[in-house]
Design a binder for this molecule. Sequence first.
Ligand code: SF4
Length: 281
Amino acid sequence: MAIKIILADSAGVCFGVENAVSTAEKELFKDNKVYSYGPLIHNPQSIEKLEENGLEVINKIENKNGKIIIRAHGITVEEESSLGETDSELIDMTCPIVKRLQFAIKALTEDGYHVIIVGDKDHPEIIGAKSYGKNNISIIKSVNEIDDLIKRFNKIGVVAQTTIPVENFWSVVDKLKTINKLDLKVIDTLCDDIHNKQVEAKEIAKDVDVMIVIGGRNSSNTKEIAKLCKKVNPLTYQVETYDQLKQLEIDFKNKTIGISAGASTPPWIIKEAIDKLMMVN
Ligand code: SF4
């Protein structure tokens, strides 16, 4: 039996990443000097390609003669206003779903709610989004961290990092709903694209011999997909490219292989991995 590959329909780039990358490509094609403030997306191979075509990733705010793209997962209010004071033209490619999170935090804090963000305090999306709410914010990873907050606040708004598993968010909401006399406002800021990827990848992982999740090591949504798959299939591996997969020296012969990929993984990386895997037998 030859190897069999099951590729998730939802694998690979989402519309937010696609918009950011294609905008950068169009600007570079027009021969503009183009910068991105921080990595445009969380995929080193895509960034490398864009850099080969002239994109420059900058990490501090300075006057640049050209266009500066704001990355898909957003930046802080302060950074955006400092960038606006430079002579550069700003192109805001913050994903609309991340924008929705930023505006939800702003609206809730303006209405006097203490905002709980369920997510990772060190992720750039959350560092950017929390700046919309000034100080009235707590960031938690799971439901286990809310007891203290319930004691301290009687008006709570809750939102989620766009890419976390839905269960993490709704378990927090469910617990908050059990609290008497709590003024609770819930705004679902989860990204459907990521949810579909997580559900589909997990289903595939259950049925295959080996599960491969392709995406940047710095991509939290890729890591999350791999983590969910590993729970149901211990033979789950996260790699950035086929070359990294090859280094793992897995025996793929006669195996059924599932493949999914994070929201920043470009189609050419997925295709290369499949083409090369098909040559294993
Ligand atoms: S994963 Fe979702 S929230 Fe993040 S950039 Fe893509 S569409 Fe936007």
